[in-house]
Design a protein around this ligand. Structure first.
Ligand code: MF3
Ligand code: CO
Ligand code: CO
Length: 290
């Protein structure tokens, strides 16, 4: 690309006044192929307009999770929550991204106790005292995606379950602290794994976080376990999720054969997850959805 061409990012600015310095900085970094270090593709770098769109989508998504927080309670079936969130997102001009995504049948995911993720809301699934529940919502607004999930504790939760929920939240926060411009994606999993293992928990690696924004799932895959200084270089303008799934027992999981979606812990142990959408800025990070 020539200095006077319009920048590849779609800003409408000339390359020399937009991402030329950025590209030169990336080119100057010596990447180590033995550590799987790669540079990010241009397609996943967001411009100001993209970021504004993801912020707006994130605001709707956050409000949808707040609505869940205000309404979730013992005795409720999970389809009621699904329908409430669906209506809220649509009333606010958004689209629930999960609905029909790769054939997924509902608008959000609700994953209880030993369900790791992708639990399908149902009239037959009733929230009961002691449950730990992940509600994962993704909104599309003006073509932009924002993705977040939170844990909810129903009634009197056992100390073991409560600790898992709290440690998993801390895992997410530590993972987010590891998200820094000009560092590597592997730093995230290294931090999460260290804290999870210190608490005798395991980290699910069959699924992970992901780039997000113009699509639901973009590069890079964010492994929640791994090694520092490995994988994709993190640079300003990237948006990704940190969404550790942490198990009390082993890390192995399996997918329900009948519904094709629900992911369970193999040993039946409890699992928890928290997720935020994070923008990498020049100096650090900005939370776009939580
Ligand atoms: N929101 C999930 C994630 O964090 C993806 C759910 S995909 C669905 O990536 F199809 F199950 F909804
Ligand atoms: Co996600
Ligand atoms: Co999600």
């Amino acid at each position: 690309m020539h200095r006077n061409d319009l920048c590849w990012c779609g800003s409408g600015l000339k390359y020399k006044r937009c991402h030329l310095d950025f590209d030169e900085k990336i080119a100057s970094i010596k990447l180590d192929p033995r550590r799987g270090q790669i540079k990010p593709p241009h397609e996943i770098i967001k411009n100001e307009k993209d970021i504004a769109g993801i912020i707006k989508s994130g605001q709707i998504n956050n409000a949808a999770l707040d609505l869940v927080a205000d309404n979730i309670k013992e005795g409720m079936d999970t389809l009621t929550l699904n329908d409430m969130v669906h209506k809220f997102i649509v009333d606010n001009g958004g689209i629930p991204a999960c609905l029909n995504y790769a054939g997924y049948p509902k608008s959000i995911c609700i994953s209880i106790n030993n369900v790791v993720c992708h639990g399908i809301p149902s009239k037959d699934t009733i929230l009961k005292d002691g449950d730990i529940v992940n509600v994962d919502i993704t909104t599309i607004f003006d073509g932009y995606f924002a993705d977040a999930s939170r844990m909810f504790m129903i009634g009197n939760v056992s100390p073991e379950a409560k600790k898992l929920v709290e440690v998993t939240k801390k895992c997410m926060e530590l993972g987010i602290e590891a998200v820094r411009p000009w560092h590597f994606v592997g730093d995230i999993g290294a931090m999460i794994q260290k804290y999870a293992h210190a608490n005798n928990y395991s980290v699910v690696t069959a699924l992970g976080g992901h780039g997000v924004g113009k699509k639901f799932h973009e590069e890079p895959f964010v492994n929640h376990a791994g090694e520092k200084n490995t994988g994709m270089l993190l640079v300003p303008g990237m948006v990704l999720t940190v969404e550790p799934m942490i198990n009390i027992g082993g890390h192995d999981v399996y997918t329900d054969e009948k519904d094709g979606w629900t992911v369970y812990t193999k040993d039946g142990s409890l699992s928890a997850q928290w997720e935020k959408t994070i923008l990498i800025t020049q100096t650090g990070t900005q939370i776009l959805a939580d």
